[in-house]
Design a protein around this ligand. Structure first.
Ligand code: LLP
Length: 404
């Protein structure tokens, strides 16, 4: 994705052409970027040869999941819906892991029937529920137990999951009790220790700390886990600073960890695979002068992209066509929704914009569409996949009739 002269291109197609052809707001993904991200991740983790399960919650589009499957990844799912979607996209059950604190009976039964690789349990009562269902089906189910390592991931508090005040996983004490219990169970097969300390992690130190904690607790269990599932969380750059998690450092720490622990590593990346593959193209509806700043009112809103409203997340905004005429007014980009948090960021220096001009909101491939809603009864946008000079609709724009 880059400018060629004045025009923003997604692979070989102008963003302005896509907007005209498919309408706005419009999610566009680059297949080339997706392929590069997967290759990059595989290369960085080559030395530990992990099973990589794409975290479906970051983007559950069936066509994207098919591509991800073709490129050899499995899936990390957190609901029966995501499990069905992963299977529909052709991902083999033996490459699917199921996480989440509140799996229902129906979800557990479905996962057992489909014989997925692992159900990662997050509490004693969930273990008991899985055991009960496994007994009913006279089977032995592969389970993992998620540890809450009480590790600060040094990320936004809203997307931090590995501290003791978070609802995820079990304490070290509970973990040891559960390991003893599951080892003796006739219907449960203890296979995995799982963790996930948070998302958008840019510093490798929390991961190193987490690995040390795992090391200690594994020693205490005196059990050889076939799998260690380290979750996802690898951060990407949302601005020009190009700061991303140092994957080489992280994989070296895992390699060190594996010298003492002979297990197969599972990784559950979402954002690092799909985040920078997607943009959201939006059109200016109005330019409105406020008391202190100018509002650029877009046709995209917080229902289409929730991250700024929910986490105060910053996504870069760029013009689809550069015109080199700068304004000295502050522009605040907002959507039409009746909430003051429906905004995408302020810029002191942006090019002059008028009605119908197009802008690009960057890096929205992860937790963009997956967090979208019909708030204010707005239909969900279309999604397009770009492969060189070919653009295919991979999710149709929702029709108004479907929601009214
Ligand atoms: N595994 C588990 C168990 C998870 O809970 C998550 C994300 C992942 C893997 C994938 O994490 P990733 O590699 O994408 O960081 N909506 C927020 C992010 C929430 C992440 C929830 N769990 C956002 O837009 O930043």
């Amino acid at each position: 994705m880059k400018y060629v002269n004045k025009n923003f291109f997604v692979e070989d197609i102008k963003a302005s052409y896509l907007a005209e052809k498919f309408g706005t707001p419009l999610y566009c993904y680059s297949l080339n970027k997706l392929t590069n991200n997967i290759r990059n991740l595989k290369n960085n983790f080559k030395k530990i040869d992990p099973i990589i399960c794409f975290s479906v919650k970051s983007n559950p589009n069936t066509n994207l999941l098919r591509e991800i499957n073709k490129q050899g990844l499995g899936a990390d799912v957190v609901s029966i819906g995501e499990l069905m979607k992963a299977l529909k996209a052709g991902i083999k059950p033996k490459n699917i892991v199921f996480s989440g604190v509140g799996k229902t009976k129906v979800e557990i039964e479905y996962a057992i029937k489909k014989k997925i690789l692992l159900i990662n349990a997050e509490s004693k009562n969930e273990i008991l529920q899985i055991e009960k269902i496994a007994r009913k089906y006279k089977t032995k189910v592969n389970v993992g137990i998620r540890l809450n390592p009480n590790t600060d991931a040094k990320t936004l508090s809203q997307i931090s999951t590995g501290k003791k005040e978070n609802k995820f996983g079990v304490s070290d004490k509970e973990f040891l009790t559960l390991v003893r219990y599951v080892k003796k169970s006739k219907n449960l097969n203890l296979k995995c220790l799982s963790v996930h300390i948070g998302s958008q992690i840019l510093d490798s130190k929390p991961y190193e700390k987490m690995l040390k904690i795992l090391d200690k607790i594994i020693k205490k269990t005196k059990f050889n886990f076939e799998y260690i599932d380290l979750g996802g969380g690898m951060g990407i750059s949302y601005n020009n600073d190009k700061k991303t998690l140092n994957l080489d450092k992280y994989s070296n720490s895992i390699k060190k960890f594996l010298k003492k622990n002979k297990s197969k590593i599972i990784l559950e990346p979402g954002r690092s695979i799909i985040g920078n593959t997607g943009i959201l193209i939006s059109k200016v509806i109005y330019n409105k002068e406020g008391h202190k700043k100018n509002f650029i009112i877009l046709d995209a809103a917080m229902n289409d992209l929730m991250r700024p409203a929910l986490y105060n997340a910053k996504h870069q905004i760029k013009p689809a066509i550069k015109n080199n005429s700068y304004t000295n007014k502050v522009y605040e980009f907002v959507g039409p929704i009746c909430e003051s948090t429906d905004k995408f960021g302020s810029y002191k220096k942006f090019q002059k914009l008028k009605e119908n001009d197009l802008i690009i909101i960057c890096d929205v491939g992860a937790y963009g569409v997956s967090l979208s809603s019909n708030y204010n009864l707005r239909p969900k946008p279309a999604e397009i996949l770009i492969k060189k000079s070919k653009a295919s609709v991979i999710s149709k724009r929702q029709k108004l009739i479907e929601i009214i």
